[in-house]
Design a protein around this ligand. Structure first.
Ligand code: ATP
Length: 192
């Protein structure tokens, strides 16, 4: 079984890499962000726990989670972030474990996990690929994609575990500082 864990920093190109692996090699992509969203789907036990903790104001009128409001709470308070993660990470881990249990013994799959190290999910993978790029490219891509200024982009980047620390724990580092063709060349090299 080959279980490729893809991680990296905000805007470094993780989705670009998983999209390429899916298209080029027809691999299944299991995505922690999708599982984390389903963890707090409407009427789910975790969403109920969140609304009990923060009050019904944490829900939108349609009953869905108000992500912006929750984001403000957890960005300011590390204890609350840890509480939220203690609710969501086990759910996400369970989703991956279910997928792995259904993969054939010689199967290959991609696990897209932005918080692979922080959430201690490295044991779910057989190899870890970190998608990296230089700081200027990362800043530009985050500013453009999220329509935010440089200061706001720097705050988002610097609130994360550093890329250097992630690279130190990686089996493979993909440098996405230039263009998609060069990124694809590196992916082909490490996949084959
Ligand atoms: P996040 O986790 O923050 O959602 P990500 O790591 O998945 O981001 P992508 O969505 O793949 O990153 O890329 C971030 C942005 O940078 C996107 O708008 C993407 O189109 C762009 N981008 C990615 N790679 C390159 C590249 N080599 N050259 C130019 N733009 C790129």
């Amino acid at each position: 079984m080959r279980l490729i864990g893809i991680t990296g920093g905000i805007g470094t190109g993780k989705s670009t890499v998983t999209n390429y692996l899916q298209k080029q090699y027809n691999l299944p992509i299991w995505d922690a962000d999708i599982y984390a969203r389903s963890a707090v789907s409407i009427n789910s036990p975790i969403l109920q726990a969140i609304s009990q903790r923060y009050g019904a104001d944490i829900l939108q009128p349609d009953g869905m989670l108000d992500r912006l409001r929750l984001g403000e709470i957890i960005f300011k308070d590390v204890n609350e972030r840890q509480w939220l993660e203690s609710q969501i990470h086990p759910y996400v881990r369970n989703c991956f474990e279910t997928e792995i249990s259904q993969l054939e013994p010689d199967g290959v799959a991609v696990l897209a996990i932005p918080l692979l190290f922080e959430a201690k999910m490295t044991d779910l993978t057989t190899e870890i690929w970190v998608v990296s790029c230089d700081r200027a490219s990362q800043l530009n891509r985050v500013m453009t994609r999220d329509s935010i200024d440089q200061v706001a982009a720097e705050i988002r980047i610097d609130s994360q575990m550093s890329l250097a620390d992630k690279i130190a724990l990686a089996d493979v580092t993909l440098d996405n500082s230039t263009n998609i063709e060069e990124l694809a060349r590196q992916i082909d090299h490490h996949f084959n």
